[in-house]
Write a protein that binds this ligand. Structure first.
Ligand code: AKB
Length: 313
């Protein structure tokens, strides 16, 4: 059967890069990008979808005979705290709609992104195991923990092949994140290249798990390509990239920009970060589908700076 992919949330940080990767894999005519608004200058197939509207999702699925759905739309950790009930409504409603359309339309595979935000004080801070107790402290984290269980429910009850990854903070030069606690780790590179002072909203020693965009995209595609029998985690897989604190990334940037100026003004996002893991045990993903990250902090820093220099030239 021909693979036709629908990406919901295709304008976001991950979605915009994943769209290109999936076009390379399946051909541009087999990838339907969608979001609340059309992306400026986007030339390939695009459908405006508000994922809280189940009929609209179903219409697009039928129109293009979609076989796989990547549901990337969500309100992230920091933004989500501004209006917790609305965040819950949007994150859950859109997931339920995707799961229901997928069940009814016999979608072959669904991808649902989870996050390190599912972990809270009940989990070990270092090398956090896949099967940790989940007591998230943000509404975003609660919606992801619930979503993972719903993904597993649809698999067990209806046989829907839903697959999921708990992403660390994603760092890429192609797109900007919005509303997350790990966003500083993208913004800091932009400021360095623009020779601007960086105002950091986390403490200098706030170590968090991060992953380079290329690794995050490769993990997503590798998980979706893995044989069904290999997938033993039907909630979500931990994946690790690299862990670092703001002061460590500053030290790495200063090897290239010795005068890079940083001030630390921790705000409410520091409180969120303090409950998240410092590092992740991804042995389950390694065992089941051969996951291994390839970028370390030095590799991320040189690539980010080289690419952003071209962008701002
Ligand atoms: C956030 O900071 O909210 C996200 C995430 C780790 O899921 N980047």
């Amino acid at each position: 059967m021909k693979t036709v992919v629908l990406i919901i949330g295709a304008n976001g940080q991950l979605g915009s890069v994943l769209t290109t990767a999936l076009q390379d894999k399946f051909g541009a005519n087999n990838v339907i990008a969608s979001d609340l608004r059309k992306r400026d200058g986007y030339k390939e197939i695009f459908e405006v979808i508000d994922a809280t509207d189940i009929q609209r999702i179903e219409e697009v699925v039928q129109k293009y005979k979609v076989t796989q759905i990547y549901h990337l739309a969500a309100i992230l950790s920091a933004k989500g705290e501004e209006n917790p009930l609305q965040t819950w409504d949007i994150n859950m409603k859109t997931l339920f709609n995707v799961l229901e359309v997928s069940r009814k339309q016999h979608i072959e595979k669904v991808f649902f992104p989870s996050s390190i935000a599912v972990f809270g004080e009940g989990a070990l801070l270092d090398n956090t195991p896949n099967t940790s107790y989940l007591d998230p402290a943000t509404v975003y984290g609660i919606s992801k923990a619930a979503g993972e269980n719903w993904a597993q429910y649809y698999f067990l009850k209806y046989g829907l092949d839903v697959r999921s990854i708990r992403y660390p903070g994603v760092i890429g030069y192609q797109s900007l994140p919005g509303g997350g606690t790990t966003d500083y780790a993208v913004d800091i590179y932009h400021k360095a290249v623009l020779n601007e002072k960086f105002d950091c909203f986390l403490k200098e020693d706030a170590t968090l798990p991060m992953i380079f965009m290329d690794d995050a995209i490769r993990a997503t595609i590798e998980l979706m390509e893995a044989p069904k029998e290999a997938i033993t985690m039907r909630t979500s897989y931990n994946i690790a990239g690299v862990s670092f604190s703001p002061s460590e990334v500053v030290a790495e940037i200063r090897k290239l920009y010795p005068d890079f100026d940083v001030v630390y003004n921790p705000d409410f996002r520091q409180e969120i970060a303090s409950k998240w893991p410092r590092s992740i045990d991804d042995s389950k993903a390694r065992q089941d589908w051969g996951w291994k990250a390839s970028y370390d902090l030095e590799g991320i820093t040189t690539t980010m700076i080289n690419q952003l220099k071209k962008k701002y030239k």
